[in-house]
Design a protein around this ligand. Structure first.
Ligand SMILES: [Zn+2]
Length: 149
């Protein structure tokens, strides 16, 4: 193999590596935007279902009708969409290195011990070593100067 061939092969391998990395990055971005779009669509669907449920309830109540079937079918649809939303949410959190608070659904860093929004404990404080700012001891109060009058 001539020097040129070796050089050429090396250059080609390198180009392939770069392409692979770029491909991975692009895939991640595509997945992220796909998930974001899904999240948006599901959110819109849920809002519309809530609206339908509210309108149906209002109309039925106003006219003293009862339509258990309509209400429960809307409720089922909402529950289904909420489940789908939770799945998408989980994936999104994972990609962004975040966790969703089980209490208020606020997004927190994976390292967070407490929810930044509601203070709910997200994990055991000593579950793993987390690099936090060392807690500084409260500065000692300066002794009051006793001035002679
Ligand atoms: Zn919370």
């Amino acid at each position: 193999m001539s020097d040129f061939d070796t050089f050429f092969h090396k250059a080609k391998d390198k180009a392939k590596d770069v392409a692979d990395v770029a491909g991975k990055k692009t895939n991640e971005l595509v997945n992220l935007s796909k998930l974001k779009l899904q999240e948006m669509q599901i959110g819109r669907k849920i809002r519309s279902l809530y609206e339908q449920l509210g309108r149906a309830t209002y109309q039925l109540h106003k006219n003293s009708f009862e339509n258990e079937e309509l209400i429960s079918s809307l409720e089922d649809e909402i529950a289904e969409q909420l489940d789908a939303q939770a799945v998408v949410d989980d994936k999104l959190c994972d990609m962004k290195n975040q966790v969703s608070c089980p209490c208020c659904h606020a997004k927190n860093s994976k390292n967070a011990v407490y929810c930044s929004s509601c203070g709910n404990q997200l994990k055991d404080e000593f579950a793993d070593f987390v690099e936090n700012e060392p807690e500084e001891p409260a500065p000692e109060a300066e002794p009051e100067k006793t001035e002679e009058e």
